[in-house]
Every structure is written in C-alpha cells, then in structure tokens.
Design a protein around this ligand. Structure first.
Ligand SMILES: [Ca+2]
Length: 340
C-alpha cells in the first residue's frame, strides 16, 4: 500500500471515529503524547525555560485540519496568468495604495534604514497577509508540533525534522520575550505574523523597528516592515535597480533564449521592447534574464538581480513576478516613488 492510500485510510478512520484514530493510525510507531515528551526534553536541553516548555508542549492533540492540509495532494499547477489575477488584482492594488499612504512614515523609516523602496515592503506585506488582513489564526506551537509529528510517521523524515527544528525555534522566540505563547499565531504551516516569517527566518532576520526591545512582527508594523526590508537587504537587494519589467518579445524570438541571462544592451539589439513599443532602457553592464512563465504565447518578462532576491523569500517565479508587479502598481499612485 502506498503512503497516499495509507493516509487516505487514516483520514477516513478519523472522520468516522474521531481524531484518536489518526494518532493511532498515521503514526503507529510513536504516539503523539510520547513524541511530545521527547520534544520537551530536547527543548529543555536547549536551555529554553522549562516552565514555558511544559506549558507550551502539553495538553493538546494534533490539529486534524492541519493533517488534512498537510496530506492534500498538490493542486494542478496554476498558470501565471491565473495565479497573478488572484493576487495582483484591482482590490489588492487599491488597498496597497491606501496602505502606502496610511503607513508611509513606518515604511519610509524601514526603507531608509535597509535600502529597500517602500512599495516592495508593502507588496510583500500585501502578498503574504493582504496587508495584515489575514495573518492566520492557528496557534503556531500546535501547528508545528502537528506537522513535525505527522511528518515523522508519514512520507518525509526530512520534512518532519525541519518542522521539529522550527518548533524548538518558535519556543525560543517566546522565551526571548518577543511575543507571548498565546499571541504566537500564524498560518497552518507555521509562518508568523504580518509578513509570515518561519521561526528560523525570524531568528535570523527579524528586526526591532521601533526600538522597544521586542521584535513583534504580529502587532507592530514598524517591526514587521523592518523585518521584511532586512530580509531583502540581507539577500542582496539593490535599491538602485528595479525587479525587472514586462516586455514584448519580437516576432520569431528563439524560445531557446528564454531563461538565459544577457546584457540588457544585447536584449535591446535583439528587438525586445516595452509593452508600449518603446525600446527597453539599458544600464551599461546590467544583465537581465528573459522569462515566459506561461510559454511563448503568454506574458514575457525581463528580470534583474532583485527578482532573484525576492525568490529567496519564496522560491517561485510567479510569486516574485507578482511582488514586483504589485510594487509597481502601488508606487504608480505615488509620484515620488514611481521609478523608471
Ligand atoms: Ca519592537
């Protein structure tokens, strides 16, 4: 029996008999309570306050909804056009433009300190949580414990180890006083707060934007914006350049050149144009890569180094293109921000 069938059976059991069937069936080797005891020991051995560890890691069961989401088969790959129309639509652009005005001082402060233009910080915020409108209401410790335990009994020990490490790190974040255990909420997959950092990213890259000693990316926008900007800055952002731009490929463009990187001057000489028909701007020495996420009949883009920096946040061309285009659209309403 393959693992998918096993999992499906476990879920059917769960539906019919209640949750205990999942504990018994999805991971027969190690019951959840026993596994949680092991994690408590590991956390205490890593010098996390034992009172916190005991409070955080006792008295709950795995979340059946997370197990269902974790075992769901991946959806059919969405085209860029479909992905983008859901995420970079009129509503989100207009809300982003309003948020840029409303929170301009905090965005500008993070922008100046880390060297990332405000519209990119706003766009990441918009893509991740619809500008704080949806940060996920799941208890992070419970989510990560469910994923780590479930993965251990399932198909991917590597994934289980990853989530177990994230769980320990989440406890360290609480132990350091950035957020209370009760307030540490996020997505079912363990991403935290306004900008949806995983705990390990929080540990490495979160910032205290307002200087109160805490990195509260849940409730404090100065902290959330500083953290997002720092993430890009530490991953090679160059604020003197754009992310890339939409282009029009000339008729007969060799599809083998999609995905290759060349000087902008070379692309220009090959006849790549802006959507309005003007030649592409050229910065001497600057390179760009042509991508066509939906094939030669779909939209084409010329992407620069910053595009690859956005992909360090989420390793998806569709995500990075959407962030770039949302940032452009947000900035378009603000004359001081719309760059070339
Ligand atoms: Ca703070």
């Amino acid at each position: 029996m393959n693992n998918f069938k096993k999992t499906s059976l476990a879920l059917i059991f769960a539906l019919v008999t209640g949750f205990s069937a999942v504990s018994a069936f999805a991971n027969p080797a190690v019951p959840f309570e026993q596994w949680l005891g092991e994690v408590r020991q590991e956390a205490i051995a890593q010098n996390i306050n034992p009172m916190l560890v005991n409070k955080a890691l006792t008295g709950f069961q795995p979340d059946p909804e997370i197990i269902r989401l974790d075992t769901k088969q991946p959806e059919f790959t969405q085209t860029y056009a479909a992905y983008s129309s859901k995420r970079v639509n009129k509503t989100r652009i207009e809300r982003g433009q309003k948020m840029l005005v409303k929170h301009y001082d905090e965005l500008k402060k993070a922008s100046d300190k880390y060297g990332v233009a405000p519209q990119y910080i706003a766009a990441l915020w918009g893509m991740e949580t619809n500008y704080g409108g949806y940060t996920g209401g799941k208890d992070t410790v419970k989510s990560l414990a469910t994923l780590a335990w479930h993965g251990r009994g399932g198909t991917s020990p590597k994934r289980a180890a990853y989530f177990r490490k994230e769980l320990i790190t989440a406890l360290k974040i609480v132990d350091q006083g950035h957020i209370t255990l009760d307030q540490m909420k996020g997505s079912w997959a363990g991403a935290l707060g306004q900008v949806q950092f995983m705990p390990s990213s929080f540990m490495n890259l979160a910032q205290d934007g307002d200087g109160d000693g805490r990195k509260d990316i849940w409730n404090n926008l100065s902290d959330a914006f500083a953290s997002a900007a720092n993430y890009l800055a530490k991953n090679g952002w160059n604020d003197g350049q754009r992310w890339g731009r939409e282009v029009v490929l000339p008729a007969g463009f060799d599809s083998n050149l999609v995905g290759s990187k060349k000087q902008l001057s070379t692309w220009k000489s090959m006849g790549i144009k802006l959507p309005n028909g003007a030649p592409i701007p050229v910065v001497p020495g600057m390179m760009g890569k042509v991508i066509a996420p939906d094939g030669m009949s779909g939209s084409a883009f010329l992407v620069y180094n910053n595009f690859h920096t956005i992909k360090r946040w989420n390793n998806s061309d569709k995500f990075a293109l959407s962030v770039g285009r949302l940032a452009d659209a947000i900035a378009a309403a603000n004359p001081t921000l719309s760059g070339s």
